[in-house]
Structures are given as C-alpha cells and as structure tokens.
Design a protein around this ligand. Structure first.
Ligand code: A3P
Length: 299
C-alpha cells in the first residue's frame, strides 16, 4: 500500500477498438494463454456497475465467511484487478511484476477482477472458471463514471461538465468502450452454467438473497448466520467505513482528492443529473442497441 504514496498518472492505449489503461494491450495479448484454473472465480463488469460490491461478496464467500481473515487485507489485494498495472516507473523501482504475472503466483482459489469485454478475456475462461457479471442501469453508470474519472484523474477531468461527459459516454469513446457492447457480450452468455448475471438494482432490493445466490453459484453451502454476517459486512454503510473494503483508503494515499469512491450507492441518481433531452437521448440509444436482445433496465 505504501508504494502508492505519490500521485499516479494513468495513461491509456487502444486495442481492438477498446480504450484500455496503458499496457492493457500487452496484458490482453498475454491473457490469450493465461492459465485459467477450475477453481477461479472472476468478477467481470463494465466500470461502475457494482464491481467493488460484488467482489467483496465473492471474497467473503471464498473465505467461507471468515470476516476477520477478509479484513486482514485490502479488497484490491484479495481480488486483484488483472489488466490494471501500476505505472512502469513505479514497478521498475520496486521490482514489481505486471498484475497478471502476480496473479499467476496466487494460490487457489483465486477471485480475479476484470473490466475487459468478453472477447478480450482468456478464451477458456467460460469452460473452466466461474464468472459473475453485474449489470447496472446505464443511466446510473454514466453518473457514477463521471464522478469516478474526476476522482482518479483530477488533472484531466476536474473542469469537465456532466453534459460534456454525457456526450463522451454516448459516443462510446471511453475507457473500456461502450457499455452496450460490454453488457451485450455477457448478456448473451447469461444461460451458460459458469456465468451468473446479477443486477445492481436487485442487490439494492435484496442483498441477502444475492449473497446466497453468489455463495451457491460458487459452490458453497453456507449456514444462515454466515450469509447474514456477509450481508451485513457488504452493506454500503459498512463497506464505506471499512478501510479494507473501501477503495478510498488506497486512493487517499496517492494524492489529495475531492469526492469519494463509495459515493452514494443508490439507484436512480441519474434523475438528479439528466436533463429531459439527455434522458430521451439515452432511452433512444437503449432502444436502438438493446432492441431484440431482451435486455431492459428498471428506471
Ligand atoms: P455511485 O457512484 O453511484 O455511488 P464499481 O465498483 O463498479 O466501480 O462501482 C462503484 C459504484 O458502486 C459506486 O456507485 C459505489 O458507491 C457503488 N457501491 C459500492 N459498494 C456498494 C455497496 N455496498 N452498496 C451499494 N453501492 C455500492
């Protein structure tokens, strides 16, 4: 954690039409032959869909609900972000491998985080590992992503208005590409036995039910008290005040920041950001991109 005691600057590359964090193109090429294990579980999402929330649930489940063990290490270390790397200079100074190389050394069972769209993940992931994917109403994703990019890139983004960011999201020229391609690539896989598709809005409605669903999917038959304890550990309020579950505790070390990663954690915050015209444009885009796929969103 102390490695991060300096401001970070994130660069970007484009690979197969998708904007990735710098060196992401090299990582994606290496992932083509990455050794996926039978007992791996992956949390894969479009950014801001509820990754941190579900990775915490999965990590608790894979620790068999032993929360004192979970709380010994920060979530970013328990659930490594496979295509994301510290800048090369910091890695070289500290003789650190790329994240995926570190993941190769982690003993089983591993929980691995990725924001890569389906086509860029290791090709045998579907047949070998369990994949949990989270979908969130794209309107709330736009709002959450707007604040998140200001938080991690204050130099580039602090002056950006919501309206400017909205247009950027609508164009699809954004880190990890357009949400619609990302969602649809996993939506198509939703009936695959190794894929569990969750909704942010369902997690808000029934966290306990979703914790149970995740535990069953990951092959754990847990007693009710353990499921209750994990549910309590994973509420917004408890994750926000837990330095081992809240990404703010790592971000705070890198530079002074305004705002918070654990921002509001609500459904429908878009209603206090979108203009009528933006809402109509987004509805039209959703109709256009999701028509005939069966994918719809709660308001
Ligand atoms: P907001 O910015 O709307 O608050 P990701 O982890 O994919 O980057 O998503 C971050 C979003 O999930 C943020 O949304 C964050 O507040 C929300 N979130 C994280 N943990 C949560 C929890 N336990 N309950 C509800 N929302 C949570």
């Amino acid at each position: 954690q102390k490695l991060l005691s300096q401001p970070l600057h994130f660069g970007y590359v484009e690979h197969e039409g998708i904007i990735l964090y710098e060196e992401g193109d090299d990582v994606v090429k290496a992932l083509k032959t990455f050794e996926v294990r039978d007992d791996d579980s992956w949390i894969v999402t479009y950014p801001k869909a509820g990754t941190t929330w579900v990775q915490e649930i999965m990590s608790c489940v894979m620790h068999d609900g032993k929360l004192e063990e979970v709380n010994k290490r920060h979530t970013a270390f328990r659930v490594p972000f496979i295509e994301f790397n510290l800048p090369k200079t910091i890695r070289q100074e500290n003789k650190l491998p790329l994240t995926y190389q570190a993941v190769e050394q982690i003993p089983s069972p591993r929980v691995i985080k990725s924001h890569l769209p389906g086509q860029l993940l290791p090709p045998n992931i579907w047949d070998k590992s369990k994949v949990v994917y989270v979908i969130r109403n794209p309107k709330d994703v736009v709002v959450s992503y707007f604040y998140f990019l200001k938080l991690i890139n204050p130099n580039d983004r602090s002056g950006q208005t919501f309206s400017e960011f909205f247009d950027e999201m609508m164009s699809g020229k954004i880190l990890y590409g357009p949400w619609w391609d990302h969602y649809l690539s996993f939506w198509k896989m939703r009936h695959h036995p190794n894929v569990l598709l969750l909704r942010f809005e369902d997690l808000k409605r029934d966290l306990r039910g979703n914790v149970e669903k995740v535990s069953k999917f990951l092959g754990k038959d847990m007693p009710a008290e353990t499921l209750d304890a994990i549910t309590d550990h994973c509420t917004f309020a408890n994750m926000k005040k837990n330095p081992m579950a809240n990404p703010d505790s790592i971000l705070a070390d890198t530079a002074p920041r305004e705002g918070s990663f654990m921002r509001k954690g609500k459904v429908g915050d878009w209603k206090s950001h979108f203009t009528v015209a933006q809402n109509e444009a987004m509805d039209a885009l959703i109709r256009d991109k999701c028509y005939g796929t069966g994918l719809t969103f709660d308001q």
